[in-house]
Design a protein around this ligand. Structure first.
Ligand code: ZN
Length: 51
């Protein structure tokens, strides 16, 4: 699982973003919900609303 430290690090790097999408398979994070991981092709995407 993703550590909290890493999670908040990602958030700090993207202050303008209000949502993050993370692949549950490989952990790749993206700002837009593509519905599919561009890295590994998994459709298991977790969404985090940061508003
Ligand atoms: Zn992936």
């Amino acid at each position: 699982m993703l550590s909290k430290d890493f999670f908040w690090q990602v958030i700090r790097q993207r202050p303008s973003s209000t949502a993050l999408h993370e692949c549950r398979h490989c952990g790749y994070t993206m700002e837009s919900d593509t519905g599919e991981c561009p890295k590994c092709g998994s459709r298991e995407i977790a969404s985090y609303d940061l508003e």
